[in-house]
Design a protein around this ligand. Sequence first.
Ligand code: SAM
Length: 247
Amino acid sequence: MKIHILTLFPSFFEGPFSCGIVGRAREKGLVEIRTVNIRDFTSDPYRSVDDYPFGGGSGMVMKVEPIWRAVESVRDGKELVILLTPQGRTFTQKLARELSQCEHLVIICGRYKGVDERVTSFVDMELSIGDYVLSGGEPAAVVLVDAVVRLLPGAVGDKDSVDTDSFERNLLEAPLYTRPREFMGMKVPEILLSGNHEEIRKWRMKESLKRTLERRPDLLEHAELTEEEKKILEKLKEEKDGPHSCI
Ligand code: SAM
């Protein structure tokens, strides 16, 4: 996969993309990440990338032409151009999966008050990482790239680890424990020490469903559950609602 990040602050990405899973994926040649400085695509002597908004108001707006030229400079016919904006479609694990199938992502980071509306005419997708406003698209690009790159085959050693993560099946992952067996009186659930793989599998399934029901019941509306999971969920719901009373 190839990723181009169009930004006014290329140095922002030096740290985040040089370590951990993304850093290793780059070393292994699974992904090539390049930054493009939008300022290099200005045409005036001051290399200005922003201007006052038409109609007045506070803040500066990023100009359309440098962004357009920067996008054109990296097009190869296989690109998917993404504009990062709090007004876009919300980024999810499902979308991260879809984007991980792409050959070439071009990500535009806005700054200031945002970008000239006409930028939306040459992008394929507008993406938000959540309902809050960042001062620039760069932190959002780090989130997007990290979530996508870790899904590339070979990026994470154990594929199962990624497949059982939260949101993969619209469920939250079951609780995790490691040594020591006891910490300040809190013990690791006995079942996890039993070596009984079938019982552990059932326990994890139940805990995952329980956690999702408690914390994110909205996810369950879209979860494709097995018959076994459906039965457990029904039981959990009954337990949660308590015994029905006619009084
Ligand atoms: N005035 C804009 C608005 O209210 O919609 C917000 C502009 S924000 C200060 C500057 C830039 O940060 C945006 O152009 C976008 O690239 C990026 N940004 C801010 N919040 C974001 C979010 N939740 N998701 C993705 N990008 C975001």
